[in-house]
Design a binder for this molecule. Structure first.
Ligand SMILES: Cc1cc2nc3c(=O)[nH]c(=O)nc-3n(C[C@H](O)[C@H](O)[C@H](O)COP(=O)(O)OP(=O)(O)OC[C@H]3O[C@@H](n4cnc5c(N)ncnc54)[C@H](O)[C@@H]3O)c2cc1C
Length: 425
């Protein structure tokens, strides 16, 4: 007589993996209540991480008839999507080009971006009747809420019969004849593993270094990671001078290295933020200066030079034409012209267009929207995202060394890299 395993009211002849025949909801329940008797579950593809990239890859691969398990250690899917874009999810940018991305291998993203475009994702958004609008600079946001996008992804996964396992932290991946994944609730097997575990940013939202560790374990190089799209912190002297301006915002051209962005800048209690600063933070290197043009395309001292009245009050008035009063006042307090001769006014004008500061640091991964660096793309196929070192192992989304500018580009990379992997299965 063959021995039997009994799970609640189900009787399983030894050797038969009943879990493969049960509905996912029941399997999930069993996974939590009867961990000790679970047998490994077999799938065609295992996807690690139910964020933007993992969810989209799962639905696209599921539509191609693959049996997909999507493993997520949080208690719900797409947590970062829900907080993105101030709760309205800037889900793509209609002006996406490869130039909107940083990578130590700038050509890598081209193929995937060309084969899954913003128009492709917008098509899906329309199909799900999600209302959206362009805020500025090609940035598309949901009218209602970011939940619309997680609902879309969940519905697509459901239609593609993807099995989603929440509260399932993948702890180890081994490769024998196929991949064997250990998690805190069950063991999973498949010939293909897709790593979509994201980067270091916002650990309290569930970010883990698991994807990088896994890549290293299988011999992949990691381009050093750093916080990107992150506020910058004043050095002590500038903190003393400018932290009282917290809440003040103005349009600037911010420059770090060779990269400039014309956008709003915001003073915070600790330093500088706002879109202009977030954009240059991705290029900023510790101990390097940033440069701020406080009067983009303006001849700010023209009225002074044309006037017979040249003094501090007239200068303040000139600055207040385009800077918020508090900023004009404070900035002038530390940068007033040394005299009102034409050469000194020219030097003052120059300083206004090129205010240099050396930030002490960035606000770090706690506040960074993304992680720059990651799995070295020179060891991945740009067509499929598959490892060149380990057949069957794929990396998609933020864990890869491709980082978008602010404005919907990071989600576009998540969708495009996910589609590239799914289409190759
Ligand atoms: C505050 C904020 C706002 C943002 N707003 C925008 C925006 O409006 N537009 C835009 O384009 N981008 C935005 N971004 C960036 C965007 O959210 C990310 O680029 C994108 O989510 C990356 O997708 P991903 O699937 O690669 O990683 P993630 O979304 O980080 O998903 C990774 C998933 O893997 C899970 N995971 C990690 N380790 C394990 C493990 N060991 N086992 C199981 N699961 C694991 C995590 O819980 C997570 O669910 C924002 C980011 C932040 C932080």
């Amino acid at each position: 007589m063959s021995p039997l395993v009994v799970i609640k009211n189900h009787v399983i002849p030894n050797g038969v993996n009943l879990l493969n025949f049960l509905p996912p909801s029941l399997c999930l329940k069993l996974a939590f209540t009867h961990r000790e008797v679970l047998l490994p579950r077999s799938f065609d593809v295992l996807i690690l991480g139910a964020g933007a990239a993992g969810l989209f890859c799962a639905s696209e691969a599921g539509k191609r008839g693959r049996r997909i398990a999507l493993l997520e250690h949080a208690d719900r899917i797409g947590k970062k999507i829900l907080i993105s874009g101030g709760g309205r999810c800037n889900f793509t940018n209609i002006h996406t080009t490869p130039e909107n991305f940083l990578s130590s291998n700038p050509h890598f993203a081209k193929s995937a971006l060309a084969r899954f475009t913003p128009a492709d994702f917008i098509g899906l958004v329309k199909q799900h009747r999600i209302a959206y609008h362009e805020k500025k600079l090609g940035q598309l946001f949901c009218d209602n809420s970011a939940t619309d996008i997680t609902n879309l992804l969940e519905a697509e996964c459901h239609a593609a019969q993807v099995q989603i396992f929440l509260n399932t932290r993948v702890t180890e991946v081994q490769r024998t004849t196929e991949f064997v994944l250990s998690s805190d609730s069950a063991e999973f097997r498949a010939p293909i593993v897709i790593v979509a575990t994201g980067g270091h940013s916002i650990p309290k939202m569930g970010a883990t270094p698991f994807g990088y560790d896994l890549a290293r374990k299988f011999g992949h190089k990691i381009v050093p990671t750093r916080p990107a799209l992150v506020p910058l912190v004043f050095n002590p002297a500038d903190h003393h001078r400018y932290s009282q301006l917290a809440g003040v915002s103005t349009e600037v051209i911010a420059t770090a290295g060779k990269n400039s962005f014309r956008e709003k800048m915001l003073f915070t209690h600790r330093g500088l933020s706002g879109p202009a600063i977030l954009q240059i933070s991705s290029y900023w290197k510790e101990s390097q200066p940033i440069h701020l043009d406080l009067a983009p395309e303006r001849d700010a001292t023209a009225s002074l030079r044309a006037s017979s009245r040249r003094d501090l009050a007239a200068t303040r008035k000139a600055l207040q034409q385009f800077l918020p009063n508090r900023l004009a006042e404070r900035w002038l307090g530390f940068n007033a012209p040394s005299s009102y001769t034409n050469p000194d006014l020219a030097a003052f004008e120059k300083q206004l267009h090129n205010w240099s500061l050396i930030p002490a640091s960035s606000e770090g991964y706690e506040k960074a929207e993304v992680t720059a660096g990651g799995v070295d793309t020179r060891e991945l196929s740009s067509k499929s995202m598959e490892s060149r070192l380990v057949p069957g192992l794929f990396f998609i989304g933020e864990v890869v060394d491709v980082t978008g500018h602010l404005g919907g580009f990071n989600f576009q990379w998540a969708w495009a890299s996910a589609a590239a992997a799914a289409r190759s299965l």
